[in-house]
Design a protein around this ligand. Structure first.
Ligand code: ATP
Ligand code: MG
Length: 417
């Protein structure tokens, strides 16, 4: 085959679970599947360890593609391997893909497929295809290098190996970004992680697509107008960027490319994300929530990215808190507020306490009081119980509640003396 490169050209097979993969290939053959190939990060990273002495960080997962049905293969694997060796099996019917864990190795099995994007950025329509056609629908040339498990040769129709040797990131075709804009986030992840440069063509594609894209929903309050599949994929790629990658560098790349516009204009123009995310990590705020908090319309963005309801609530509550805090900015006497007054102001409304943390991450005015409340004041309880007060002669009821509150306020203020 023209696109094949002999294995001697640089694979580091010792790092791959070859005996398991060869057994999977044999079972595939018994099922009438004629071709099966290893693809994705495992191939790329084993080549990187060979060509660039990249530290092999261990096998994360194994991506396999078959010309045939991945579901059928998974069912055969289930019959062939003892149940104790298989710890997970999840079949996704829509794309005929399977997640299966054998001997602790997580394997993604996919049916080779062609993708057609009838609505840009929505999920594509798929039809079964050859392995080479499947490689053409992938994101970057360096992620489209496969190893044929039968000949153990590279299948590399997009010249991924050349780009890998030159440390270059190239999209496979000119419509890559408009078909799936989350590939921009992936570009930032790989550039930052691998120290690869985006090719001038790739940067051009990102910039021109961002200019042309129909972004009108960004400026409306109707997040439901955005393609819903895009929201979910953007969220999961951004979460991976923020938790698994050198995020400072990756976000800097995105901002340089103008790509934070994928979220909204506010974030593209925001230069305080670094400080916000550092605070988030100190305070235990989820990094994606902290990032989104700096957007022009954080609630609409949280909704568009299909953030969990708890995180969306925090964004809404933090917004209310910020509005409240700017309304008291004009009240001069707030400068003389006692610790207990601050506590009452922060506890009276029905917002979630953690929303205060988001406002701290945003560095809003008076954040020092918020932090003190979070760390100290909110935890202070009166040193006498209701029970004891009743024993001392108090009647149960609102007056007793008010007394307990008074005692707590006294303690909070004592703490600050
Ligand atoms: P790693 O897991 O180390 O981040 P990976 O390359 O294995 O790297 P995965 O997210 O596991 O990345 O995806 C597996 C493969 O699926 C990729 O190598 C790529 O070929 C393909 N892929 C993933 N996401 C996309 C996408 N949005 N568009 C096109 N191809 C994709
Ligand atoms: Mg992977």
């Amino acid at each position: 085959m023209e696109s094949s490169v002999n294995i001697e050209f640089g694979l580091n097979l010792e790092v791959l679970p070859m005996s398991l993969l060869i057994r999977v290939k044999e079972i595939a053959y018994e099922e009438g599947i004629r071709r099966i190939a290893l693809i994705g990060g495992a191939v790329r990273d084993s080549l990187l360890s060979k060509y660039h002495n990249h530290h092999w960080g261990g096998l994360k997962d194994v991506d396999l593609i078959v010309e045939g049905s991945a579901t059928q293969l998974a069912e055969a694997l289930q019959r062939e391997f003892e149940a104790s060796r298989i710890s997970k099996l999840h079949i996704h019917k829509a794309y005929n893909t399977v997640e299966i864990t054998i001997d602790g190795i997580s394997i993604d099995l996919a049916t080779a497929r062609l993708e057609k994007y009838e609505v840009l950025a929505e999920n594509p329509k798929v039809t079964p295809s050859s392995i080479e056609e499947d490689l053409a629908r992938r994101d970057f040339t360096i992620n489209s290098i496969a190893i044929d498990l039968s000949s153990l040769s590279l299948i590399d129709p997009n010249n991924g190996l050349t780009d890998l040797v030159e440390k270059k990131l190239n999209f496979i075709h000119n419509h890559s970004v408009e078909e799936d804009p989350t590939r921009i986030i992936r570009a930032a992840r790989y550039s930052a992680r691998l120290d690869f440069a985006l090719s001038p063509d790739a940067i051009h594609q990102i910039k021109t697509t961002l200019k042309r894209w129909p972004w009108q929903w960004l400026h409306t309050t109707s997040p439901e107008l955005a393609p819903s599949a895009l929201g979910v994929r953007l969220r999961s790629e951004t979460e991976l960027l923020l938790t698994n990658e050198p995020w400072e560098l990756a976000l800097e790349y995105l901002q340089d490319w103008g790509a934070l516009l994928l979220f909204d204009e506010g974030l593209q123009n925001d230069h305080r994300w670094q400080q916000r995310l550092l605070w988030a990590s100190k305070l235990g705020v989820k990094p994606l929530t902290a990032l989104i908090a700096g957007a022009e319309d954080s609630c609409a963005l949280g909704n568009r990215l299909k953030l969990g309801e708890d995180q969306q609530r925090l964004l809404r509550d933090s917004l209310k808190l910020n509005t409240y805090l700017s309304s008291i900015k004009r009240t001069q006497d707030r400068l003389n507020w006692t610790a207990s007054r601050w506590s009452n102001e922060l506890e009276k409304p029905n917002w979630k306490p953690e929303a205060v943390l988001i406002s701290i991450c945003l560095g809003i005015e008076n954040w020092e009081y918020l932090l003190r409340w979070w760390d100290v004041w909110r935890k202070i309880k009166p040193d006498i119980s209701a029970h004891k007060l009743i024993e001392d002669g108090w009647d149960p009821g609102p007056k007793l509640g008010a007394e307990l509150q008074r005692l707590r306020e006294e303690m909070i203020d004592l703490e600050e003396e």
